[in-house]
Design a protein around this ligand. Structure first.
Ligand code: NAP
Length: 284
């Protein structure tokens, strides 16, 4: 069914581009069945050069042709998008949203459709190694759910949940997760350079350490604390480093940071801008 469906991707930014390239590279969808809408002319030019697809600047003209609509604009852009989509979209179209914090109820109200899937992917989707958590409205048929799953799997792994509240948690954990991992990698690389490694070597050591540790964990099925203990000899180098990390509040900092992202995701869903000043936003 997927190869016979017309799929519209609204927004050809970082994530929209990842979705288009995954769908085409996986051979799931023919380029002629993709409708891409993006207001920035430069990005439409890149789309044409890379995939031979002619995109559109406004959804209003083309949205009515789509069986599946993937919304990949920023959450702040939804109200504006609503003007071109609501009333023009097919009543039985399946909408797949990747917008952080935008609920199924809001999507239903703004887009005027009932078959909706809300997802939270992450940026490693750009190399097919993402993780996407997703939820659906009860109106999504089994067949459409299967089609959505096929699309989502082109981005990497997936976790379907039946409770929408998991989406804000996923936003904080895996959606923003690459930012934490990259900060951690950057810190390790800088520490390597500080000791005297050429940056190129430090980058290689850190990248393979992170990749290898994740793979080792996946294949081992052990608790991470057990794997950590295996590299922590009494009185050794890892024990010394771990002592400093714990003393600096590493574990608590990670936990509090992710909780803050979770609260922010809920706030964004309620349409609160960052300029709202309250006690929570005051630096401690
Ligand atoms: N990046 C991440 O890590 C990540 C992870 C998970 C989920 N998400 C979600 O993915 C969505 C897209 O994020 P992104 O990082 O890809 O953002 P992005 O790079 O800014 O891409 C959004 C694109 O949509 C375009 N756009 C805005 N209004 C539009 C409209 N009415 N019709 C068609 N296109 C429109 C924007 O054009 P202009 O720039 O000209 O406005 C931009 O090119 C967001 O809702 C975000 O919450 C992002």
């Amino acid at each position: 069914m997927l190869d016979k469906s017309k799929i519209a991707i609204i927004g050809y930014g970082v994530m929209g581009k990842a979705i288009v390239s995954s769908l085409i590279n996986d051979g799931k969808v023919k380029p002629e069945n993709l409708i891409v809408v993006e207001p920035t002319p430069d990005r439409l030019e890149v789309l044409q050069q890379e995939f031979g697809i002619t995109g559109y600047a406004d959804s209003a003209d083309v949205i009515g042709q789509a069986d599946i609509v993937i919304v990949a604009v920023k959450p702040q852009g939804l109200s504006h998008l609503s003007k071109s989509v609501k009333g023009n979209i097919k009543k039985d179209a399946l909408v797949i949203s990747i917008m952080a914090g935008v609920s199924l109820a809001t999507l239903n109200e703004k887009l005027g459709v009932e078959q909706i899937i809300r997802t939270m992917p992450n940026t490693p989707a750009q190399v097919g190694m993402g993780i996407t958590v997703w939820v659906k409205t009860p109106q999504v048929s089994d067949e459409k759910k299967e089609m959505a799953s096929e699309i989502i799997k082109t981005l990497g792994d997936e976790v379907f949940v039946d409770d929408e509240s998991y989406l804000d948690m996923a936003t904080a954990l895996s959606g923003s997760g690459p930012a934490y991992v990259f900060l951690f990698m950057e810190s390790m690389i800088d520490a390597g350079v500080h000791m005297g490694f050429p940056r190129r070597i430090a980058e290689k050591l850190v990248t393979q350490t992170v990749r290898g540790s994740a793979e080792f964990f996946l294949q081992n099925h052990e608790h991470p604390a057990r794997l950590r203990n295996d590299v922590t000899s009494p009185g050794g180098t890892s024990a010394e480093a771990l002592y400093y990390l714990e003393k600096a509040g590493f574990r608590t900092a990670i936990s509090r940071a992710i909780w803050a992202a979770y609260e922010r995701s809920i706030e964004l869903g309620k349409g609160k801008s960052k300029l709202v000043v309250d006690d929570k936003n005051k630096p401690e």
